[in-house]
Design a protein around this ligand. Structure first.
Ligand code: GLP
Length: 264
């Protein structure tokens, strides 16, 4: 696990953007796993800006979103499809045929998970998974005590998660759904590379638990300790409770120095 501690949200977003950009430069038809929430918003803005300047292209990129609320129309402002359209997809040249979400139609819930898993495999698996972290340690919508080997399925959200993610539904006629279809933890763990972003002091407790705590289904993100290519990209505020913070910074500095030497 690599821990990158940066000054603020802007730096975290820029660092993550460089990784996405490198990935797309190396593989123009890369398969990206997409996350929602407030944390990746600036990253998506940077990606859209880079497309605008024709520095990167999404023409052949394939995306799989982590999760979607059950029974909500993709056009509703609270849906993750609408979030992705608004914040990224509509500002790029991505082919709509290459955008995937788990099928959230109530009639298809039994088959939707398996279909999504099949589709991910068919496209060669996820090259780079972008993750955020919930204050209770969820990744995607894998709430505490989700099986650490779970696959794409329906999950009921905790009331705390409901409150934190209520904002897009405010002032709309649709009630925030209590259930979501989410990639499983086992599914996420199969991504070839994972970056997980966390910023702000509201994440300081969970970041310390996920990175330095025991691996436990109570804090689903802690399972990332078992992944062999994962970077936690966090800001100073979110890093505050890390016991080995100085050590992570020393490693970061050491790596930077080596890179500099190689460039010379
Ligand atoms: C939601 C999403 C997660 C996301 C989390 C954190 O629950 N399903 O994928 O990581 O929110 O959100 P935020 O970045 O707003 O803290």
């Amino acid at each position: 696990m690599e821990i990158i501690i940066l000054k603020d949200h802007e730096q975290v977003s820029r660092y993550a953007f460089n990784i996405v950009s490198e990935t797309l430069k190396k593989k123009r038809n890369a398969v990206l796993g997409m996350s929602t929430g407030k944390t990746p918003l600036r990253l998506y803005e940077l990606m859209a800006n880079a497309y605008k300047k024709r520095k990167i292209s999404f023409k052949d990129v394939i995306t799989f979103n982590l999760d979607e609320y059950i029974g909500i129309d993709g056009k509703h402002i609270g849906s993750y499809r609408s979030y992705m359209n608004k914040n990224l997809f509509l500002h790029t040249d991505i082919n709509p045929k290459n955008i995937f979400f788990p099928d959230n139609n109530i009639k298809h819930l039994c088959s939707s998970g398996n279909e999504y898993e099949k589709k991910i495999k068919q496209k060669g698996g996820i090259d780079l998974q972008i993750l955020g972290i919930g204050e209770n340690g969820h990744i995607g919508y894998n709430e505490p005590i989700s099986s650490l080997s779970s696959r794409t399925r329906v999950k009921m959200l905790t009331s705390a998660t409901m409150v934190l993610n209520k904002y897009p539904f405010k002032g709309t006629k649709i009630k925030q759904p209590r259930f979501a279809m989410t990639m499983g933890i086992g599914t996420i763990m199969e991504a070839k590379k994972i970056i997980i972003l966390a910023t702000g002091s509201n994440k300081e407790d969970i970041v310390a638990k996920a990175i330095e705590g025991p691996v436990t289904a109570m804090h689903p993100a802690s399972v990332l300790q078992f992944h062999n290519n994962v970077k936690f990209i966090i800001d100073e505020a979110a890093a505050k409770k890390l016991k080995l913070k100085d050590y992570y910074k020393e490693i970061q500095k050491y790596q930077k120095d080596i890179l500099k030497k190689h460039k010379r």
